[in-house]
Design a protein around this ligand. Structure first.
Ligand SMILES: Cc1cc2nc3c(=O)[nH]c(=O)nc-3n(C[C@H](O)[C@H](O)[C@H](O)COP(=O)(O)OP(=O)(O)OC[C@H]3O[C@@H](n4cnc5c(N)ncnc54)[C@H](O)[C@@H]3O)c2cc1C
Length: 533
């Protein structure tokens, strides 16, 4: 049995960062365990997003339980399973969220998590050339760029947004989020900038960091109320490793609560019913699940040559491949939604509450994943950014290989339904503004005849999926349902922290990769500060 100073479980957006920062001091012996493989060829280039979203070689491929507000559908819950975790398969959009998101975490009693507190970590993690030095980082490991050149469709959208009162904002990760902008992305020179690429590749030679891939952590080893190690398997072989200082669980919002429950930490009755020995009662494990339930409005485009349905099929695809080879741009080098807007759904709001994202194509499900439709068109998703509906994730068996049950309870909070209907109307307003007229758009879904809230929401229930942002299942706080404290230490257990998207008490206003990486940065800082004390 090997002993390390620190063990990090999960090499995803947050875990790779924690392992990098902890092993920067050669005296710290660090073990990083990752259930998935070291890499996948499609993880290198942005379009790989479409190839990995259904691919069991690099994706856990979870799905939710059927619910009333999904019309009984199971909603896909893809999660990255390889070094870099979900940052290796995600849509590459880079969005920090709003200052208010983090201020509200601090107001809940989480000292050290206000925007002022987290801003240095957002700056430390990135290298970005634009924006204002007061907000943006220049020398961090993660390269962030504006990869997509403006083209006629994006120019029209920016103008159309202006016509309905949404102004252009060149840096939504700067002083304010409001407005429409070209997406910032974790793409550089046409390559995906995952945490594997940016935080692990450069330090592969560190002798004090042992990265073990294909290693499924099956349980935490507890000595009374102290976590002292982990049990994991590589193939059929079982292993145990010990940590003399701390174990950091960064297995993500689905697998972190699963691992706690498998280890006997959670709701006692639920665990007992599955034959799992209760080691520590903690009511909040697996609760407080939130995600963005996002309808995709679909628009046919009459004008020729505007979308990738026209420019990315047949000979057009050859052109796109050449373009990518020369400039790293176009269909193959694209962030999942190259243009986005942060919008207030009604007057009087302090900050935007709705996110719109445009994709310059229509896709449909093919046998091997999403493929370009024959029809030329544009997709625009629109959803509330800070949903209040909460669900839960719980193990259904003591078997670590059995997926947990995921219940989102989408739209169970009436305000989410109300804002979703408004979001769809805002998408419509932009798409039908005068500046779009020359593109000859026709609404396909939900369809111009669907006008009342009831009609729009009926369609949402039939068609919406998530934007793959589950958070909150090991939430940070000091109330009875909190799982970790503001130092990310599991309540009541020594030597154990959680650092990943599961600790977010609420969803941030936007995509969740950037805040997850920030959480990794901040967790590592806390661990190192604690060790130095
Ligand atoms: C398809 C998709 C598209 C997305 N698009 C965007 C986007 O465009 N922009 C954005 O900001 N966000 C996006 N996200 C969300 C974002 O990527 C995630 O919120 C973020 O990566 C979560 O980071 P994490 O560290 O919490 O978990 P992850 O990055 O998922 O890392 C968890 C890691 O732990 C490993 N692991 C889990 N269980 C175990 C175990 N028992 N033993 C060992 N290892 C284990 C996993 O394999 C994984 O590598 C997307 C996500 C997906 C899936």
């Amino acid at each position: 049995m090997q002993t390390y100073d620190y063990i990090v479980v999960g090499a995803g957006s947050a875990g790779a960062v924690v392992a990098n920062r902890l092993s920067a001091d050669a005296r710290n012996r660090v073990l990083l365990l990752e259930a998935g493989p070291a890499s996948h060829p499609w993880a290198r280039i942005p379009i790989g997003f479409a190839k990995l979203i259904n691919n069991p070689a690099a994706n856990w491929l979870y799905s939710s339980e059927p619910e009333a507000n999904t019309n009984g559908r199971k909603i896909p819950v893809p999660r990255g399973k390889m070094l870099g975790g979900s940052s290796s398969i995600n849509g590459l959009a880079f969005v920090r969220g709003q200052a208010q998101d983090f201020d509200s975490w601090a107001q809940m009693g989480n000292q050290g998590w206000s925007y002022e507190d987290v801003l240095p970590f957002f700056k430390r993690m990135e290298s970005y050339e634009g924006g204002d030095d007061a907000f943006r980082g220049r020398e961090g490991p993660l390269r962030v760029t504006n990869p997509q050149p403006r083209d006629p469709l994006y120019a029209a959208l920016i103008k159309a947004a202006g016509e309905v009162g949404i102004s252009h904002n060149p840096d939504y990760n700067g002083a304010r989020q409001d407005g429409i902008a070209m997406s910032q992305a974790t793409i550089a020179s046409g390559r995906r900038m995952s945490t594997a690429r940016c935080y692990l590749d450069p330090i592969r030679k560190r002798k004090n960091l042992h990265i073990e891939t294909g290693a499924l952590t099956e349980a935490l080893v507890l000595d009374g109320k102290r976590c002292v190690g982990v049990r994991y398997s590589v193939g059929a072989t079982k292993h145990e490793a010990r940590a003399s200082r701390e174990i950091v669980v960064s297995a993500g919002s689905i697998n972190s609560p699963q691992l706690l429950e498998l280890s006997g930490i959670g709701q006692p009755e639920r665990l007992r019913n599955l034959g799992i020995e209760v080691r520590h009662a903690l009511a909040g494990v697996g609760e407080n699940l939130r995600d963005h339930y996002a309808p995709r409005t679909r628009w046919a485009v009459g004008a020729k040559g505007v979308t990738f349905n026209d420019r990315g099929r047949g000979l057009g695809l050859v052109g796109q491949a050449l373009r990518y080879a020369i400039s790293g741009q176009g269909l193959l080098g694209m962030v999942a939604a190259p243009i986005r807007a942060f919008v207030r759904s009604r007057e009087g709001l302090d900050a935007p509450d709705v996110l719109l994202g445009w994709v310059p194509m229509l896709t449909e499900q093919g046998p091997k994943g999403p493929k370009l439709s024959r029809q030329s068109g544009v997709t625009c998703y629109a959803h509330p950014m800070r949903p209040e509906s909460k669900g839960h994730i719980h193990v259904v068996s003591a078997d670590p290989r059995r997926p947990p049950a995921i219940n989102f309870n989408f739209l169970s909070s009436p305000i989410d339904a109300e804002i979703t209907a408004r979001a769809v109307r805002i998408a419509r307003a932009v798409m039908t503004a005068p500046a779009m007229a020359h593109l000859r758009m026709t609404e396909i879904a939900p369809g111009a005849s669907q006008t009342t809230d009831e009609e729009i929401l009926d369609w949402v229930k039939q068609a919406a999926e998530t934007t793959y942002h589950p958070v909150g299942t090991c939430k940070m706080g000091s109330d009875a349902m909190a799982v970790v404290d503001a130092q990310l230490r599991v309540h009541g257990i020594e030597g154990l922290r959680i650092a990943d998207a599961s600790i977010m008490p609420t969803l941030t206003s936007g995509n969740t990769n950037a805040p997850s990486i920030m959480i990794g940065e901040k967790a590592a800082d806390m661990v190192l500060t604690h060790a130095a004390a």
